[in-house]
Ligand binder design. Structure first.
Ligand code: AMP
Length: 373
């Protein structure tokens, strides 16, 4: 019982990977795209799920793990899916109207084509269920917050769970004694302060919009900006589109890929240069803030597409933090792949690159729940 199908449903795509936990490096996977687009031949997620199974042929999974973005306050652990859980995830659509519907569609489609295997929902928010109240609460009227489910939830939880454990392994130290700042820098980006293996603060909030500058998302912004735009006549949908899809690197510099923005900056494009400086400014701010909040740091860990590949950005993110003992060695930072140390020998704070593996984390959590005795 070790073959897990991991499904990650987006609004118009269904990513899949089959991971045999007995041989996790040999994987079969792919993506069904353009779901619901005219002429694509994939009218809905149900059709996409059937296509995935056709592709897999005889390689039938023993269980299915579903990546679900928002678990609200109800789902704080990976959860075996039955009709009641499915209804519970549907009830969260109000809280995460952009993010939960595709996941729900994926669950329905996969349960229909694979009714006899266990299905498990793994939530991006779950790792942050430990946030202390002072990090979870927004400073607003608690009655309003309670009525609308408004609090800070945090996301990228499967990645932070995987990377924090992998960091403890890499350092050969018990996770319980580690104070970590993990920077998950991909197209979506967030930072997490992890003390003793537990999330104590993270940059994303009610939705994955808060915090760091991302590929297309603004990250932190004065909420007064939204009010101002609304008073100028912009609709809710327009503001949503502006902040979620036309901001960040893309909004400031025309591409959501940091490689493009970096080459444009090098060629002298001032908006590309500014986008990078704003991104770095936000990163340094949170590094300093989290060091203060945890009360010290054992390791700063970079992960995801940007964190694992953009050495120049890692170096610049920590360039003024030498007074906290955080520094990178230029030569180590410039080469290598896989899990590695990039801080100088004898440095008080370890600076590491630890590749994330959200699919493997989902597969492992799924197996634990699906085949628990
Ligand atoms: P992810 O969401 O984790 O897959 O990360 C994807 C993002 O990583 C891309 O949009 C790029 O901006 C970024 N990325 C990947 N490789 C590099 C690289 N060598 N240099 C800079 N950015 C990179």
């Amino acid at each position: 019982m070790t073959r897990i199908l991991v499904l990650n449903a987006g609004s118009s795509s269904l990513k899949y990977e089959v991971i045999d936990l007995a041989a996790p490096d040999e994987r079969v996977g792919g993506i069904v795209e353009r779901i619901g687009e005219p002429g694509s031949g994939v009218p809905d997620h149900a059709a996409a799920a059937r296509r995935v199974l056709d592709t897999l042929g005889d390689t039938r999974p023993d269980a299915v793990g579903h990546r679900i973005v928002h678990g609200g306050t109800r789902f704080v652990e990976p959860t075996l899916i039955d009709d009641d859980v499915e209804a519970g995830i549907e009830a969260l659509v109000d809280l995460a109207p952009l993010h939960n519907p595709p996941g729900l569609a994926g669950i329905r489609a996969a349960r229909a084509v694979l009714p006899h295997v266990p299905h498990v929902a793994v939530f991006d928010t779950a790792f942050h269920a430990t946030l202390p109240d002072h990090a979870a609460a927004y400073a607003i009227d608690p009655a309003v917050a309670a009525e609308a489910g408004i609090r800070r939830y945090g996301f990228h939880g499967t990645s932070f769970a995987f990377v924090s454990r992998a960091t403890a392994q890499f350092l050969d130290r018990p996770i319980e004694e580690l104070r970590l700042i993990v920077l998950h820098l991909g197209n979506g980006a967030s930072a997490c302060a992890i003390s003793g293996g537990v999330s104590i603060d993270t940059t994303m909030g009610l939705t994955p919009l808060e915090g760091l500058v991302m590929g297309t998302r603004s990250g932190d912004i004065d909420p007064g900006v939204l009010l101002h735009l609304a008073r100028l006549g912009r609709s809710v949908d327009e503001i949503d589109d502006l902040l979620n899809r036309r901001s960040g690197l893309f909004g400031m510099a025309g591409s959501n890929d940091l490689r493009d923005v970096a080459s444009a900056a090098e060629a002298g494009d001032p908006s590309a240069g500014l986008a990078i400086e704003v991104m770095l400014h936000r990163l340094r701010k949170y590094l300093g803030a989290y060091a203060g909040e945890i009360g010290g740091v054992d390791a700063v860990v970079f992960t995801a597409g940007i964190g694992e590949n953009a050495g120049w950005l890692r170096a610049r993110a920590v360039e003024r933090l030498g007074f906290l003992g955080i520094a990178v060695d230029a030569e180590r930072n410039g080469r290598g792949d896989g899990a590695r140390r990039i801080s100088p020998d004898g440095s008080p704070v370890e600076v590491l690159v630890i590749p994330t593996d959200e699919e493997l984390e989902i597969a492992e959590q799924t197996a634990k729940v699906a085949f628990a005795d």
